[in-house]
Design a protein around this ligand. Structure first.
Ligand SMILES: CC(=O)N[C@H](C=O)[C@@H](O)[C@H](O)[C@H](O)COP(=O)(O)O
Length: 240
């Protein structure tokens, strides 16, 4: 799928991130593909998935473009979203339409720079579209200059030098739309339909939502924390 065809499919829509890593309650064979089927039934225009097995099974079950990542930790780098060509290879051979990579300015394992990684991806997988996950405007500008197809706000709050709040980074999203000349995808901490609407109104081509749809433990926590703040009306409230 080329970039225009992908954009055509996702424009203005919701991409659902269906991910559960090993220590999460929903990790395990078959669960995320069912999530993806549910997301498609609800009208999602694309799926973001982690790991070759989930990507392959989701591609087999849903007729939607898939953005693939492989999360892997290395001892010599903090970068864990598709950090080297090895993980890109796993994403590509599983059949993803797009590979998302950490496109922050930090070095990848073995001292690999973002520039080198992108040029190796282009050489080895010329068909694969690249989504660059960034945490700042400078990183977005740099990733675009290095040739990624789309940038996303995914990493805001996950690098030591970006703002760590529980809200989507609307400031970054707006700045990326205004200053970067490739399509921008909003991703990260988008918890409500209103927040998703705001991202599209700011000019993003699509919105990725993960935890608020596919991590029930997180959704449960938001209810529990709200209830802890609730002040009951009636008898309990009047009690001394
Ligand atoms: C920073 C990082 O590792 N983000 C990951 C990237 O794929 C996922 O864990 C997130 O769920 C995804 O970005 C969607 O974000 P949210 O779950 O906040 O809607």
């Amino acid at each position: 799928m080329n970039s225009e065809a992908f954009l055509e499919r996702i424009r203005g829509g919701l991409i659902v991130s269906c991910q559960a890593i090993d220590d999460e309650p929903l990790s395990g064979a078959g669960v995320m593909p069912r999530m993806a089927v549910a997301a498609m039934a609800g009208g999602a225009v694309g799926i973001r998935a982690n790991g070759a097995e989930d990507i392959r099974n989701i591609k087999a079950e849903v007729d939607l473009p898939v953005i693939g990542i492989v999360k892997r930790n290395y001892a010599d780098s903090p970068v864990y979203i598709t950090p080297t060509l090895q993980e890109v290879e796993e994403v590509a051979s599983a059949g993803a339409d797009v590979v998302a990579i950490d496109a922050t300015s930090r070095l990848r394992p073995n001292g690999l720079s973002l520039e080198k990684l992108i040029s190796r991806i282009r050489e080895a997988f010329p068909e694969l579209l690249i989504m660059g996950d960034v945490s700042t405007l400078v990183e977005g500008i740099q990733a675009a200059a290095l040739g990624v197809d789309f940038v996303a706000s995914t990493m805001s709050g996950y690098t030591p030098y970006s703002p760590g709040t529980s809200q989507p980074d609307f400031q970054l999203i707006e700045a990326l739309v205004q200053r970067v000349d490739i399509p921008v995808i909003a991703e990260g901490k988008i918890r409500s339909p209103d927040q998703a609407v705001r991202c599209i109104e700011l000019g993003c081509c699509a919105v990725v939502v993960g935890s608020a749809i596919t991590r029930p433990q997180e959704i449960t926590r938001t209810f529990v924390e709200s209830l802890e703040r609730a002040v009951p009306l009636g008898k309990d409230r009047l009690a001394p």
